[in-house]
Write a protein that binds this ligand. Structure first.
Ligand SMILES: Cc1cc2nc3c(=O)[nH]c(=O)nc-3n(C[C@H](O)[C@H](O)[C@H](O)COP(=O)(O)OP(=O)(O)OC[C@H]3O[C@@H](n4cnc5c(N)ncnc54)[C@H](O)[C@@H]3O)c2cc1C
Length: 401
Protein backbone atom coordinates (compact mmCIF):
# COMPACT_ATOMS: atom_id res chain seq x y z
CA UNK A 1 0.00 0.00 0.00
CA UNK A 2 2.83 2.42 0.81
CA UNK A 3 4.60 1.52 -2.44
CA UNK A 4 1.37 2.17 -4.37
CA UNK A 5 0.97 5.48 -2.52
CA UNK A 6 4.41 6.84 -3.42
CA UNK A 7 4.19 5.56 -7.02
CA UNK A 8 0.87 7.39 -7.40
CA UNK A 9 2.45 10.56 -5.99
CA UNK A 10 5.08 10.32 -8.75
CA UNK A 11 2.34 10.11 -11.36
CA UNK A 12 2.38 6.37 -12.17
CA UNK A 13 -0.67 4.30 -13.10
CA UNK A 14 -0.81 1.75 -10.31
CA UNK A 15 -2.50 -1.65 -10.09
CA UNK A 16 -2.40 -3.19 -6.60
CA UNK A 17 -2.81 -6.98 -6.68
CA UNK A 18 -3.83 -8.54 -3.37
CA UNK A 19 -4.70 -12.20 -3.08
CA UNK A 20 -6.86 -11.77 0.03
CA UNK A 21 -10.44 -10.51 0.21
CA UNK A 22 -9.20 -7.29 1.83
CA UNK A 23 -6.06 -5.18 2.12
CA UNK A 24 -3.66 -5.20 5.07
CA UNK A 25 -4.86 -8.39 6.76
CA UNK A 26 -1.66 -8.61 8.81
CA UNK A 27 -1.82 -4.93 9.80
CA UNK A 28 -5.09 -5.64 11.62
CA UNK A 29 -3.37 -7.95 14.09
CA UNK A 30 -0.22 -5.88 14.65
CA UNK A 31 0.52 -4.55 18.13
CA UNK A 32 -2.34 -6.66 19.54
CA UNK A 33 -4.79 -4.76 17.31
CA UNK A 34 -3.32 -1.35 18.26
CA UNK A 35 -0.59 -1.37 15.56
CA UNK A 36 2.80 -0.22 16.78
CA UNK A 37 3.24 1.54 13.49
CA UNK A 38 6.81 2.80 13.93
CA UNK A 39 9.38 3.94 16.49
CA UNK A 40 10.27 7.56 17.21
CA UNK A 41 13.92 6.79 18.01
CA UNK A 42 16.71 8.67 16.18
CA UNK A 43 18.61 7.13 13.26
CA UNK A 44 21.25 5.64 15.58
CA UNK A 45 18.60 3.96 17.73
CA UNK A 46 16.85 2.65 14.62
CA UNK A 47 20.10 1.20 13.30
CA UNK A 48 20.67 -0.64 16.58
CA UNK A 49 17.24 -2.19 16.25
CA UNK A 50 18.13 -4.14 13.11
CA UNK A 51 20.26 -7.15 14.08
CA UNK A 52 21.67 -7.47 10.55
CA UNK A 53 21.74 -5.57 7.23
CA UNK A 54 20.90 -2.28 8.95
CA UNK A 55 23.17 -0.35 6.57
CA UNK A 56 21.13 -1.56 3.62
CA UNK A 57 18.19 0.38 5.08
CA UNK A 58 19.93 3.78 5.44
CA UNK A 59 18.74 5.23 2.12
CA UNK A 60 15.20 3.92 2.55
CA UNK A 61 14.96 5.38 6.06
CA UNK A 62 16.34 8.69 4.79
CA UNK A 63 13.82 8.84 1.98
CA UNK A 64 10.94 8.01 4.33
CA UNK A 65 11.68 8.31 8.05
CA UNK A 66 9.47 7.52 11.05
CA UNK A 67 8.65 11.25 11.22
CA UNK A 68 7.65 11.21 7.53
CA UNK A 69 5.41 8.22 8.23
CA UNK A 70 3.76 9.95 11.18
CA UNK A 71 3.17 13.08 9.05
CA UNK A 72 1.79 11.03 6.15
CA UNK A 73 -0.59 9.10 8.40
CA UNK A 74 -1.76 12.32 10.08
CA UNK A 75 -2.45 13.94 6.71
CA UNK A 76 -4.46 10.84 5.76
CA UNK A 77 -6.61 11.14 8.88
CA UNK A 78 -4.70 8.90 11.31
CA UNK A 79 -2.78 10.97 13.89
CA UNK A 80 -0.28 9.05 16.03
CA UNK A 81 1.10 9.22 19.57
CA UNK A 82 4.36 8.07 21.17
CA UNK A 83 4.38 5.64 24.09
CA UNK A 84 6.95 3.85 26.28
CA UNK A 85 10.11 2.84 24.41
CA UNK A 86 9.30 5.49 21.74
CA UNK A 87 6.73 3.11 20.27
CA UNK A 88 4.30 4.95 17.99
CA UNK A 89 0.59 4.03 17.82
CA UNK A 90 -2.45 5.58 16.20
CA UNK A 91 -4.17 7.96 18.67
CA UNK A 92 -7.33 5.88 18.23
CA UNK A 93 -5.32 2.73 19.19
CA UNK A 94 -6.96 0.93 16.27
CA UNK A 95 -4.87 -0.86 13.65
CA UNK A 96 -7.86 -0.62 11.32
CA UNK A 97 -7.42 3.18 11.26
CA UNK A 98 -3.89 2.75 9.86
CA UNK A 99 -5.24 0.54 7.08
CA UNK A 100 -8.05 3.03 6.41
CA UNK A 101 -5.53 5.90 6.18
CA UNK A 102 -3.34 3.92 3.78
CA UNK A 103 -6.39 3.09 1.68
CA UNK A 104 -7.19 6.81 1.46
CA UNK A 105 -3.64 7.29 0.19
CA UNK A 106 -4.18 4.87 -2.69
CA UNK A 107 -7.63 5.94 -3.81
CA UNK A 108 -6.17 6.62 -7.25
CA UNK A 109 -4.95 3.03 -7.68
CA UNK A 110 -6.72 0.18 -9.43
CA UNK A 111 -7.10 -2.17 -6.44
CA UNK A 112 -7.82 -5.78 -7.33
CA UNK A 113 -8.65 -8.12 -4.46
CA UNK A 114 -8.76 -11.94 -4.82
CA UNK A 115 -5.92 -11.48 -7.32
CA UNK A 116 -3.01 -13.78 -6.57
CA UNK A 117 0.10 -13.37 -8.68
CA UNK A 118 1.49 -16.66 -9.99
CA UNK A 119 4.69 -15.48 -11.69
CA UNK A 120 6.62 -12.52 -13.05
CA UNK A 121 6.79 -12.22 -16.82
CA UNK A 122 10.06 -10.99 -18.30
CA UNK A 123 11.65 -10.47 -21.64
CA UNK A 124 15.41 -10.22 -21.89
CA UNK A 125 15.80 -9.55 -18.14
CA UNK A 126 13.17 -6.81 -18.24
CA UNK A 127 9.70 -6.89 -16.65
CA UNK A 128 6.85 -7.03 -19.15
CA UNK A 129 3.98 -8.19 -16.92
CA UNK A 130 2.70 -10.57 -14.27
CA UNK A 131 0.79 -13.82 -14.64
CA UNK A 132 -2.20 -14.16 -12.31
CA UNK A 133 -3.20 -17.45 -10.74
CA UNK A 134 -6.38 -17.54 -12.83
CA UNK A 135 -4.19 -17.63 -15.94
CA UNK A 136 -4.68 -14.01 -17.01
CA UNK A 137 -1.70 -11.93 -18.03
CA UNK A 138 -1.39 -8.36 -16.81
CA UNK A 139 1.09 -6.39 -18.90
CA UNK A 140 3.09 -3.73 -17.02
CA UNK A 141 6.47 -2.01 -17.14
CA UNK A 142 7.45 -2.32 -13.50
CA UNK A 143 6.60 -4.66 -10.63
CA UNK A 144 7.11 -4.14 -6.88
CA UNK A 145 7.14 -7.42 -4.99
CA UNK A 146 5.81 -6.69 -1.47
CA UNK A 147 4.45 -10.11 -0.63
CA UNK A 148 5.72 -10.31 2.96
CA UNK A 149 7.56 -13.25 4.52
CA UNK A 150 6.40 -16.62 5.85
CA UNK A 151 5.18 -15.65 9.29
CA UNK A 152 1.47 -15.85 10.18
CA UNK A 153 0.68 -17.36 6.75
CA UNK A 154 -3.06 -17.11 7.50
CA UNK A 155 -2.73 -13.38 6.76
CA UNK A 156 -1.59 -14.10 3.18
CA UNK A 157 2.20 -14.08 3.60
CA UNK A 158 2.96 -17.55 2.25
CA UNK A 159 6.39 -16.81 0.81
CA UNK A 160 5.35 -16.37 -2.85
CA UNK A 161 7.80 -13.49 -3.28
CA UNK A 162 10.75 -15.78 -2.54
CA UNK A 163 9.71 -17.93 -5.49
CA UNK A 164 9.42 -14.86 -7.75
CA UNK A 165 12.87 -13.72 -6.61
CA UNK A 166 14.46 -17.15 -7.12
CA UNK A 167 12.86 -17.68 -10.55
CA UNK A 168 14.19 -14.31 -11.69
CA UNK A 169 17.76 -15.08 -10.64
CA UNK A 170 18.04 -13.57 -7.14
CA UNK A 171 19.80 -15.23 -4.26
CA UNK A 172 17.86 -16.12 -1.14
CA UNK A 173 19.17 -16.23 2.42
CA UNK A 174 17.79 -19.13 4.51
CA UNK A 175 14.52 -18.18 6.18
CA UNK A 176 13.78 -18.71 9.89
CA UNK A 177 10.99 -17.72 12.24
CA UNK A 178 12.04 -14.71 14.35
CA UNK A 179 10.42 -12.75 17.19
CA UNK A 180 8.91 -16.07 18.15
CA UNK A 181 8.37 -18.03 21.39
CA UNK A 182 11.10 -20.44 22.52
CA UNK A 183 10.76 -24.17 23.27
CA UNK A 184 12.69 -25.46 26.30
CA UNK A 185 13.77 -28.93 27.36
CA UNK A 186 13.01 -28.21 31.04
CA UNK A 187 9.90 -30.00 32.33
CA UNK A 188 9.86 -27.75 35.41
CA UNK A 189 9.47 -24.69 33.17
CA UNK A 190 6.59 -26.29 31.25
CA UNK A 191 4.86 -27.14 34.53
CA UNK A 192 4.78 -23.39 35.28
CA UNK A 193 2.53 -22.78 32.25
CA UNK A 194 0.60 -19.51 32.67
CA UNK A 195 3.06 -17.94 35.13
CA UNK A 196 4.01 -14.44 34.06
CA UNK A 197 7.19 -12.76 35.36
CA UNK A 198 7.97 -9.04 35.42
CA UNK A 199 11.34 -7.29 35.90
CA UNK A 200 13.43 -10.41 35.32
CA UNK A 201 16.53 -10.56 33.12
CA UNK A 202 16.99 -13.08 30.34
CA UNK A 203 20.58 -13.57 29.19
CA UNK A 204 21.77 -15.47 26.16
CA UNK A 205 25.28 -16.71 25.41
CA UNK A 206 26.12 -18.43 22.13
CA UNK A 207 29.46 -20.31 21.99
CA UNK A 208 30.29 -18.59 25.29
CA UNK A 209 29.76 -15.07 23.92
CA UNK A 210 27.04 -12.86 25.39
CA UNK A 211 24.50 -12.07 22.66
CA UNK A 212 21.53 -10.76 24.58
CA UNK A 213 20.70 -9.60 28.09
CA UNK A 214 17.56 -7.63 28.82
CA UNK A 215 15.22 -6.97 31.69
CA UNK A 216 11.47 -7.24 31.13
CA UNK A 217 8.52 -9.61 31.02
CA UNK A 218 8.43 -13.33 30.37
CA UNK A 219 5.65 -15.89 30.28
CA UNK A 220 5.93 -19.65 30.90
CA UNK A 221 3.94 -21.80 28.47
CA UNK A 222 3.29 -25.52 27.94
CA UNK A 223 6.30 -25.65 25.60
CA UNK A 224 8.72 -23.17 27.21
CA UNK A 225 8.73 -19.36 27.25
CA UNK A 226 6.92 -16.58 25.44
CA UNK A 227 6.41 -12.85 26.05
CA UNK A 228 8.54 -9.80 25.11
CA UNK A 229 11.90 -11.09 26.44
CA UNK A 230 11.71 -14.42 24.69
CA UNK A 231 10.61 -12.79 21.41
CA UNK A 232 13.60 -10.44 21.50
CA UNK A 233 16.03 -13.23 22.45
CA UNK A 234 14.72 -15.39 19.59
CA UNK A 235 16.25 -12.98 17.04
CA UNK A 236 19.66 -14.44 17.96
CA UNK A 237 18.65 -18.10 17.89
CA UNK A 238 17.61 -18.69 14.28
CA UNK A 239 19.59 -21.58 12.84
CA UNK A 240 21.64 -22.08 16.03
CA UNK A 241 22.12 -25.62 17.42
CA UNK A 242 20.86 -26.11 20.98
CA UNK A 243 24.32 -27.26 22.22
CA UNK A 244 25.79 -23.83 21.41
CA UNK A 245 23.22 -21.96 23.47
CA UNK A 246 23.38 -21.04 27.13
CA UNK A 247 20.32 -19.23 28.46
CA UNK A 248 19.82 -18.01 32.01
CA UNK A 249 17.11 -16.24 33.94
CA UNK A 250 17.91 -13.74 36.69
CA UNK A 251 14.98 -13.54 39.11
CA UNK A 252 16.63 -10.81 41.21
CA UNK A 253 18.38 -8.49 38.73
CA UNK A 254 18.15 -5.47 41.05
CA UNK A 255 20.26 -7.12 43.81
CA UNK A 256 23.99 -7.74 43.95
CA UNK A 257 25.06 -11.31 44.71
CA UNK A 258 26.39 -10.14 48.14
CA UNK A 259 23.09 -8.47 49.07
CA UNK A 260 21.23 -11.61 48.07
CA UNK A 261 23.54 -13.85 50.12
CA UNK A 262 23.17 -11.52 53.13
CA UNK A 263 19.39 -11.63 52.81
CA UNK A 264 19.37 -15.43 52.47
CA UNK A 265 21.72 -15.79 55.47
CA UNK A 266 19.39 -13.69 57.62
CA UNK A 267 16.28 -15.60 56.48
CA UNK A 268 17.90 -18.99 57.02
CA UNK A 269 18.97 -17.98 60.53
CA UNK A 270 15.60 -16.53 61.48
CA UNK A 271 13.70 -19.58 60.17
CA UNK A 272 16.14 -22.28 61.30
CA UNK A 273 13.43 -24.80 62.24
CA UNK A 274 11.38 -24.32 59.08
CA UNK A 275 11.88 -26.24 55.86
CA UNK A 276 13.89 -24.54 53.10
CA UNK A 277 10.95 -24.52 50.70
CA UNK A 278 8.86 -22.51 53.17
CA UNK A 279 11.13 -19.44 52.88
CA UNK A 280 11.46 -19.47 49.08
CA UNK A 281 8.16 -17.59 48.44
CA UNK A 282 9.98 -14.57 49.87
CA UNK A 283 12.14 -14.68 46.73
CA UNK A 284 9.97 -16.14 44.00
CA UNK A 285 6.32 -16.49 42.90
CA UNK A 286 4.66 -19.37 44.80
CA UNK A 287 4.54 -21.89 41.93
CA UNK A 288 8.21 -21.34 41.21
CA UNK A 289 9.28 -21.25 44.86
CA UNK A 290 8.13 -24.83 45.34
CA UNK A 291 10.30 -26.07 42.48
CA UNK A 292 13.29 -23.86 43.13
CA UNK A 293 15.35 -25.96 45.61
CA UNK A 294 15.29 -28.87 43.11
CA UNK A 295 16.30 -26.52 40.24
CA UNK A 296 19.21 -25.32 42.40
CA UNK A 297 20.09 -28.92 43.32
CA UNK A 298 19.39 -28.48 47.05
CA UNK A 299 17.12 -30.87 48.97
CA UNK A 300 13.84 -29.04 49.58
CA UNK A 301 12.99 -31.02 52.72
CA UNK A 302 16.10 -29.74 54.52
CA UNK A 303 15.54 -27.44 57.47
CA UNK A 304 16.93 -23.94 57.09
CA UNK A 305 19.48 -24.52 59.86
CA UNK A 306 20.83 -27.53 57.91
CA UNK A 307 21.73 -25.52 54.81
CA UNK A 308 25.49 -25.39 54.35
CA UNK A 309 27.44 -22.30 53.32
CA UNK A 310 28.00 -23.83 49.88
CA UNK A 311 24.30 -24.58 49.52
CA UNK A 312 23.39 -21.03 50.54
CA UNK A 313 25.77 -19.63 47.95
CA UNK A 314 24.37 -21.97 45.35
CA UNK A 315 20.81 -20.87 46.10
CA UNK A 316 21.84 -17.22 45.71
CA UNK A 317 23.78 -17.93 42.55
CA UNK A 318 20.98 -19.92 40.88
CA UNK A 319 18.38 -17.30 41.83
CA UNK A 320 20.33 -15.00 39.55
CA UNK A 321 21.26 -17.61 36.94
CA UNK A 322 18.47 -20.17 36.50
CA UNK A 323 19.59 -22.30 33.55
CA UNK A 324 17.00 -22.62 30.76
CA UNK A 325 17.73 -25.40 28.27
CA UNK A 326 16.99 -24.11 24.74
CA UNK A 327 15.42 -26.73 22.51
CA UNK A 328 14.11 -24.91 19.41
CA UNK A 329 12.12 -21.95 18.17
CA UNK A 330 8.37 -22.19 17.56
CA UNK A 331 7.20 -22.27 13.94
CA UNK A 332 6.41 -19.58 11.36
CA UNK A 333 2.75 -19.90 12.38
CA UNK A 334 3.60 -18.06 15.60
CA UNK A 335 6.46 -15.85 14.41
CA UNK A 336 6.08 -12.08 14.23
CA UNK A 337 8.62 -11.85 11.41
CA UNK A 338 10.72 -13.91 9.03
CA UNK A 339 14.48 -13.68 9.21
CA UNK A 340 16.27 -14.18 5.88
CA UNK A 341 14.79 -13.74 2.40
CA UNK A 342 15.82 -11.95 -0.77
CA UNK A 343 19.56 -11.30 -0.50
CA UNK A 344 20.14 -7.57 -0.14
CA UNK A 345 23.34 -7.91 -2.20
CA UNK A 346 21.07 -8.38 -5.23
CA UNK A 347 19.10 -5.21 -4.51
CA UNK A 348 20.16 -1.59 -4.98
CA UNK A 349 19.73 0.06 -1.54
CA UNK A 350 19.14 3.53 -2.97
CA UNK A 351 16.15 2.44 -5.10
CA UNK A 352 15.08 -1.08 -3.99
CA UNK A 353 15.59 -2.09 -7.63
CA UNK A 354 16.75 -5.58 -8.58
CA UNK A 355 20.34 -5.64 -9.85
CA UNK A 356 19.38 -8.37 -12.33
CA UNK A 357 15.97 -7.52 -13.80
CA UNK A 358 14.97 -4.09 -15.11
CA UNK A 359 11.68 -2.79 -13.77
CA UNK A 360 11.67 -5.15 -10.77
CA UNK A 361 11.62 -3.85 -7.18
CA UNK A 362 11.34 -5.49 -3.76
CA UNK A 363 10.01 -4.06 -0.49
CA UNK A 364 9.14 -5.17 3.03
CA UNK A 365 9.56 -8.44 4.82
CA UNK A 366 10.31 -10.40 1.63
CA UNK A 367 13.80 -8.82 1.85
CA UNK A 368 16.49 -10.19 4.17
CA UNK A 369 15.96 -7.41 6.72
CA UNK A 370 14.22 -7.60 10.07
CA UNK A 371 14.13 -5.73 13.34
CA UNK A 372 13.37 -6.14 17.02
CA UNK A 373 9.92 -5.43 18.43
CA UNK A 374 9.03 -1.75 18.87
CA UNK A 375 7.61 -0.69 15.48
CA UNK A 376 10.82 -1.35 13.54
CA UNK A 377 9.45 -4.04 11.23
CA UNK A 378 6.56 -1.94 9.98
CA UNK A 379 8.94 1.00 9.48
CA UNK A 380 11.14 -1.29 7.34
CA UNK A 381 8.07 -2.16 5.25
CA UNK A 382 6.93 1.48 4.96
CA UNK A 383 10.39 2.93 4.16
CA UNK A 384 11.38 0.29 1.61
CA UNK A 385 7.84 0.38 0.16
CA UNK A 386 7.92 4.16 -0.21
CA UNK A 387 11.35 4.10 -1.87
CA UNK A 388 10.43 1.20 -4.18
CA UNK A 389 7.21 2.96 -5.28
CA UNK A 390 8.99 6.20 -5.99
CA UNK A 391 11.86 4.49 -7.84
CA UNK A 392 9.55 2.31 -9.94
CA UNK A 393 7.52 5.38 -10.99
CA UNK A 394 10.73 7.28 -11.87
CA UNK A 395 11.92 4.29 -13.92
CA UNK A 396 8.67 4.34 -15.93
CA UNK A 397 8.75 8.12 -16.31
CA UNK A 398 12.34 7.94 -17.61
CA UNK A 399 11.36 5.22 -20.10
CA UNK A 400 8.56 7.41 -21.41
CA UNK A 401 10.66 10.55 -21.84
C1 LIG B 1 0.99 -10.94 15.22
C2 LIG B 1 1.89 -9.91 14.60
C3 LIG B 1 2.03 -8.67 15.21
C4 LIG B 1 2.90 -7.72 14.68
N1 LIG B 1 2.98 -6.51 15.28
C5 LIG B 1 3.84 -5.57 14.77
C6 LIG B 1 3.89 -4.27 15.33
O1 LIG B 1 3.10 -3.90 16.22
N2 LIG B 1 4.83 -3.40 14.83
C7 LIG B 1 5.68 -3.74 13.79
O2 LIG B 1 6.50 -2.93 13.41
N3 LIG B 1 5.58 -4.94 13.20
C8 LIG B 1 4.68 -5.86 13.64
N4 LIG B 1 4.58 -7.08 13.02
C9 LIG B 1 5.39 -7.34 11.81
C10 LIG B 1 4.78 -6.61 10.58
O3 LIG B 1 3.39 -6.79 10.59
C11 LIG B 1 5.36 -7.13 9.27
O4 LIG B 1 6.76 -7.07 9.32
C12 LIG B 1 4.84 -6.29 8.09
O5 LIG B 1 3.44 -6.42 7.99
C13 LIG B 1 5.48 -6.70 6.77
O6 LIG B 1 4.88 -5.95 5.77
P1 LIG B 1 4.89 -6.44 4.25
O7 LIG B 1 4.06 -5.44 3.49
O8 LIG B 1 6.25 -6.72 3.80
O9 LIG B 1 4.12 -7.85 4.28
P2 LIG B 1 2.63 -8.23 4.72
O10 LIG B 1 2.09 -7.25 5.69
O11 LIG B 1 2.67 -9.65 5.09
O12 LIG B 1 1.79 -8.03 3.37
C14 LIG B 1 2.01 -8.85 2.24
C15 LIG B 1 0.74 -8.88 1.42
O13 LIG B 1 1.00 -9.51 0.17
C16 LIG B 1 -0.08 -10.37 -0.14
N5 LIG B 1 0.41 -11.42 -1.04
C17 LIG B 1 1.30 -12.40 -0.76
N6 LIG B 1 1.52 -13.17 -1.83
C18 LIG B 1 0.77 -12.66 -2.83
C19 LIG B 1 0.57 -13.03 -4.19
N7 LIG B 1 1.20 -14.08 -4.76
N8 LIG B 1 -0.31 -12.29 -4.95
C20 LIG B 1 -0.97 -11.24 -4.39
N9 LIG B 1 -0.82 -10.85 -3.13
C21 LIG B 1 0.05 -11.55 -2.35
C22 LIG B 1 -0.52 -10.91 1.19
O14 LIG B 1 -1.84 -11.41 1.12
C23 LIG B 1 -0.38 -9.70 2.10
O15 LIG B 1 -1.55 -8.92 2.16
C24 LIG B 1 3.67 -8.03 13.50
C25 LIG B 1 3.51 -9.26 12.88
C26 LIG B 1 2.63 -10.19 13.41
C27 LIG B 1 2.46 -11.52 12.71
Amino acid sequence: MMAAHSALQEGADVVLLEKNEKLGKKLYITGKGRCNVTNAGDTEELMQSFPRNGRFLYAALRSFSPADLQAALASLGCPTKVERGKRVYPVSEKASDVTRALQRGISGADIRLHSAVQALVMDNQQITGVLLEDGRLLPCRAVIVATGGLSYPVTGSTGDGYRFAHESGHRLQDRYPSLVPIELDDDWAKSLQGLSLKNVTLTLHIDGKKKFSEQGELLFTHFGISGPLSLSASCHLAGIDAQRVQMTLNMKPALTQQTLIARLTKDLQENGRKMLKSIMPGYLPHAMAELFPAIAGVEDTKFCNQITVQEREKLASVLQNIPLRFSSLRSFQEAVVTRGGVDVKDINPSSMASKHVKGLYFAGEVLDVDGYTGGFNLQIAFSTGFLAGMSAAEYINNQQS
